[in-house]
Design a protein around this ligand. Structure first.
Ligand code: PBE
Length: 293
């Protein structure tokens, strides 16, 4: 599989996330004072960033700021804080391996800034089905559980290369792969470009589906891009497929912007979630409303 990486440098984004600026560790300080009124975010194009800006408005958190960086920088900052039992507030989502590695909780969201019944959708450019009917069938039949995805994410987090973790998953779950590929014929080198953002969940799904397509004879390119260019690429037709469309809430702005310029061909996972996440050792804070104290 070919892999292309575009966008801001990983090192630069990692630095952004790692800059620690004199937190107030006084036990009596409010949670805001303890974390310098900072929420540790991810890449600016992520839907969870827009939702968090909205949450800051909905809950009148005008002293607070949302920092941006990347998924990798966010989890690095989380690890650093967690190891010292320091307070930290991150933009988090499920499925994600961080919930198996650390004891974390979502802050309650009584105002519903983060939406509720969220799903992961598979989208393609217009005309993809006509050009690649077999791949389109497979992609529309692709669906798996949080546990399935978790297996791949954890293997990657524990040091396996994404393509290796994906190949192991495919080998181990032949029954599942048989469902996805039911009625799909092999091809000889049809080229398909899968666009994805470097979110842990999407690294896992894209590598697994890429492997299954490859085994069917497709020539697959995995193209790592930012969220905006990913949606724009599908709309323009320079990207064939994305497994990374979180709807109806997370990517609402993109789906509205490109309405009529993409095909939504299936749901790969239901019951996914986004929100603000903190370590469970932050006992006094349970709701976004508690950030006002
Ligand atoms: N996420 C993971 C993405 C969608 C998948 C929740 C970080 C987002 O916020 O756009």
């Amino acid at each position: 599989m070919w892999k292309k990486i575009a966008g801001i440098g990983a090192a630069a984004t990692l630095m952004l996330g790692l800059v620690a600026c004199g937190n107030n560790t006084d036990k009596d300080a409010s949670v805001g004072e303890q974390v310098n009124y900072k929420i540790t975010g991810i890449d600016p194009g992520a839907g969870i960033m827009t939702a968090t800006e909205q949450a800051l408005k909905d809950y009148d958190l005008n002293k607070w700021t949302l920092t941006s960086g990347s998924s990798a920088a966010m989890t690095a900052a989380l690890k650093k804080a967690y190891d010292k039992k320091d307070p930290i507030i991150i933009t988090g989502w499920t499925p994600h391996w961080m919930f198996s590695k650390y004891d974390l909780k979502y802050l309650k969201d009584p105002k519903g800034s983060y939406g509720d019944a969220e799903e992961i959708h598979t989208i393609t450019r217009k005309g993809f089905k006509a050009d690649h009917p077999g791949a389109n069938k497979l992609l529309s039949q692709f669906s798996w559980t949080e546990d399935d995805m978790g297996e791949v994410m954890l293997a990657i987090q524990d040091g396996k290369k994404p393509e290796e973790a994906a190949a192991n998953f495919v080998k181990k779950h032949q029954d599942l792969i048989a469902k996805w590929t039911k009625g799909v014929d092999k091809v000889n080198g049809e080229e398909i470009k899968l666009g994805y953002v470097a979110w842990d969940s999407e690294i896992a799904s894209t590598n697994v589906v890429g492997k299954v397509l490859e085994d069917l004879g497709y020539k697959v390119t995995l193209s790592q891009i930012e969220a905006g260019p990913m949606w724009a690429g599908i709309a323009k037709g320079s990207v064939d497929v994305s497994l990374a469309a979180w709807l109806p809430q997370t990517h609402k702005a993109y789906a509205e912007k490109y309405k009529g310029e993409f095909e939504d061909i299936g749901v790969s996972m239901k019951g996914v979630k986004i929100g603000l996440v903190v370590p469970k050792y932050m006992k006094d804070i349970n709701s976004i409303e508690d950030l006002k104290k």
